[in-house]
Design a protein around this ligand. Structure first.
Ligand code: PPE
Length: 307
């Protein structure tokens, strides 16, 4: 994804010009993947840009830090304010927001504890994650030969930089096979998630998504979609999904901050349902985009206005 530069980046408490936000090549993070991060979207609404689920994202950032034993030198409130300030300063109508906390330069060696903790907030324009047609037409994906990390190896619930090597392997393999994205199974061979998305399967009107124990990230979009499906009266289950249920499902879709709600029209070359976005997926998208873009009342208080 080619990046369009914003004017400023929030870096260790200061707003600095994009080109000046640099780190030294000896930074611990560069060698050992020692970072935690978030991905957040701000949507254009009639009342200006509004950040979607800011509180839950900041909570997950601090939880990732706790799991990885990293001290963030700011309070959650300070990070929230810094995000809003960065969006304002850069004049975004809508944007993707990437807070990143990392171990900086302080000497090599696996032990990270002598390295300073640094914090940055990057904002940029980012359209549809899986291509401009994806939201309406759906995407063709494949099950990956790479598994998600086994329990007790990497903490899947934390958004830690180094873990995204697994995601990169899944994604590169999928692209090599001509798919838009890959679906990874967990160590038991059950459906886990995409390289950067959670997954939902719909059969006979029942909506199912893998449980937290299937080595998934506890997606915030996932949680919102479960809430919206519940609001609409659908039965939603969080339970193990064998791979073969993907092929015979009526509808399958991805969720994620970047991916939003992206329908899946084929898995491993097998057509899902009618081979296009299904009616329940469409209904959930209408709710989701209606809420994020401020066209529906913000009944769950998911939006934070930037000004
Ligand atoms: N699983 C993974 C592995 C993941 O990275 C994401 C987000 C999700 C599920 C969905 O979580 P949530 O955004 O809270 O609904 N992936 C982020 C990074 C994507 C990237 O390429 O970078 C994102 O969507 O922002």
């Amino acid at each position: 994804m080619a990046m369009q530069k914003a004017e400023k980046i929030w870096f260790d408490g200061k707003l600095v010009p994009w080109d000046e936000a640099t780190v030294h090549v000896s930074a611990h993070v560069l060698h050992y993947g020692s970072s935690i991060f978030e991905g957040i979207r701000a949507y254009a609404t009639e009342r200006g840009p509004a950040v979607f689920c800011l509180g839950p994202h900041i909570e997950r950032l601090f939880n990732s830090a706790k799991i990885y034993r990293l001290e963030i030198p700011y309070t959650p409130q300070e990070i929230e304010q810094a995000i809003l300030e960065t969006i304002r300063v850069n004049g975004h109508k809508s944007c993707y927001i990437r807070p990143l906390v990392f171990r900086g330069a302080g000497g090599l060696g696996v032990n990270p504890l002598d390295c300073p903790v640094q914090v940055l907030i990057l904002t940029m324009e980012w359209g549809a994650y899986l291509g401009p047609e994806a939201i309406k037409q759906g995407v063709a994906v494949g099950v990956s030969s790479w598994r998600r990390m086994a329990p007790g190896t990497f903490p899947a619930a934390a958004k830690i930089g180094g873990q995204y090597i697994n995601s990169q392997l899944i994604n590169m393999e999928a692209k090599r096979h001509g798919y838009v994205e890959g679906i990874a199974l967990d160590v038991n061979g059950l459906v886990s998630e995409g390289s950067g998305e959670n997954i939902f399967v719909i059969s006979k009107g029942v909506i199912t998504t893998p449980p937290l124990a299937a080595s998934i990230l506890q997606g915030i979009t996932r949680k919102c979609v479960i809430q919206l499906a519940d609001d609409l009266g659908y039965e939603v289950r969080q339970e193990a999904i064998p791979r073969e249920l993907l092929y015979i499902a009526d509808e399958v879709f991805f969720t994620g901050t970047a991916a939003e709600i992206t329908p899946i029209r084929a898995v491993d070359g097998v057509t899902i349902g009618q081979g296009r976005r299904g009616p329940i997926t469409k209904r959930l998208q209408e709710e989701f985009f209606g809420l994020t873009q401020g066209r529906l009342p913000d009944r769950h208080s998911w939006l934070t206005l930037v000004s």
